[in-house]
Design a protein around this ligand. Structure first.
Ligand SMILES: NC(=O)c1ccc[n+]([C@@H]2O[C@H](COP(=O)([O-])OP(=O)(O)OC[C@H]3O[C@@H](n4cnc5c(N)ncnc54)[C@H](O)[C@@H]3O)[C@@H](O)[C@H]2O)c1
Length: 272
C-alpha cells in the first residue's frame, strides 16, 4: 500500500455488499487487521459478509439505505475518509436513480462537511463521458458528455465533489471507472478494463495522495486506452495489470463507435 503513513485511520465504504465494495472491504479489512487503520465502517442496503471472518473491535457493518440526511449523518460520523461506491450501477429509470444516485450523494457530501471528513473517493463512471467518439483520446480535463441518465448522475457526483472541494475542506477524488470486473469478456474491455487489484491500488492513491479535487480514470495499465490516465499516475497510481491476462473465454467482438459502448444507443423513453 502506497504511503501507508498517510492512511486515514477511519474509513467508510458505502456499497460494501457490491462487487467492487466486497473487494475494497477485503483490501481495507487487511489494513485493519494489520493495524494500519483503526476503524472500518462498511455500509450497504444489502447484507454484507465480514471480510475478516470474525469480529474485530474496529469493524462495523451498517445495513442502511443511503437516501436520507439522517443516514448520511450516521454513516459519516467519526470518519476521516469516505469511499462512495453505493448506487444503481447502470442505466435505469429516474424513480430508482434519483434517490440512490442523486439524493444519496448530495446528503453524503453535506454530512461530510458537518462531520469533518477529510476526503471522499467517488465511484464515477466512463458513462459520464460515454458520448466521446472512440477515435478521440481524452484525459481528466475532458468535460462530461454523459451517454445515459445513469451517466448524468455520475457527472452530477463529480460536480458535487468539485463544489465541496472548492467551498469546504472536503477533498474530492473522482474515479471514472471503466470496466472493473474479475474477467475481461469483450473486445471493448481491451481499452476500458480495470482489474480489482488495480482498483484497490487506485483506492490507496485516493486515500493517501495530496490533492484538493481530481478526476482520474479507473483503468489498468492500457497504453492504447481511450483514456490518458497520466493524472492518476502523477498522483502515485501504478497499475500492474493488463486485460489480456484476464481473458477466460472468446471475447464479444462488438465494435462500438463511442466510449460508452452500448449505453449511448439505449433510447430515452418517457417513464422508462
Ligand atoms: N464495476 C464497474 O465496472 C463500474 C464501472 C463504472 C462505475 N462503477 C460504479 O462503482 C460503484 C460500484 O459498482 P459495482 O459494480 O460494485 O456495483 P454493485 O451493484 O455490485 O454495487 C453497488 C452496491 O450499492 C448498493 N446500493 C444501491 N443502492 C443503495 C442505497 N440506496 N443505499 C445503500 N446501498 C445501496 C447495492 O446494494 C450494491 O451492493 C457503483 O457506483 C457503480 O456505478 C462500477
Amino acid at each position: 500500500m502506497a504511503n501507508s503513513g498517510n492512511m486515514p485511520q477511519t474509513i467508510l465504504v458505502t456499497g460494501a455488499a457490491g462487487s467492487l465494495g466486497k473487494s475494497v472491504a477485503q483490501h481495507l479489512g487487511q489494513a485493519l487487521s494489520e493495524g494500519r487503520i483503526s476503524r472500518l465502517r462498511l455500509a450497504d442496503i444489502a447484507p454484507m459478509t465480514n471480510p475478516l471472518g470474525e469480529a474485530h473491535p474496529g469493524l462495523e457493518r451498517v445495513e442502511i439505505s443511503l437516501t436520507s440526511p439522517e443516514a448520511a449523518q450516521q454513516l459519516t460520523e467519526g470518519m476521516a475518509a469516505v469511499i462512495h461506491l453505493a448506487g444503481i450501477p447502470t442505466e435505469s429509470d429516474w424513480n430508482r436513480l434519483i434517490p440512490a444516485n442523486l439524493a444519496g450523494p448530495a446528503y453524503l457530501w453535506d454530512a461530510c462537511v458537518g462531520n469533518g471528513v477529510d476526503r471522499v473517493l467517488f465511484a464515477s463512471s466512463n458513462h459520464a463521458i460515454g458520448m466521446y467518439p472512440v477515435g478521440t483520446r481524452i484525459d481528466h480535463t475532458a468535460p462530461p458528455q454523459p451517454d445515459s441518465r445513469y451517466g448524468v448522475t455520475k457527472a452530477f457526483g463529480e460536480q458535487l465533489a468539485a463544489l465541496y472541494a472548492a467551498k469546504t475542506p472536503v477533498r474530492g477524488f473522482c474515479m471514472r471507472i471503466g470496466s472493473c470486473f474479475e474477467q475481461a469478456s469483450t473486445k471493448r474491455h481491451l481499452k476500458t478494463f480495470q482489474s480489482l487489484a488495480d482498483f484497490n491500488r487506485l483506492i490507496d492513491t485516493g486515500l493517501t495522495a495530496d490533492y484538493r479535487y481530481e478526476i482520474v480514470y479507473g483503468l489498468s495499465d492500457i497504453p492504447d486506452s481511450y483514456w490518458d490516465n497520466s493524472n492518476a499516475r502523477r498522483l502515485g497510481y501504478a497499475p500492474q495489470d493488463h486485460p489480456r491476462d484476464f481473458i477466460r473465454a472468446p471475447l464479444d467482438p462488438t465494435d462500438y463507435p463511442l466510449h460508452g459502448g452500448d449505453l449511448p444507443d439505449m433510447p430515452l423513453k418517457s417513464g422508462g
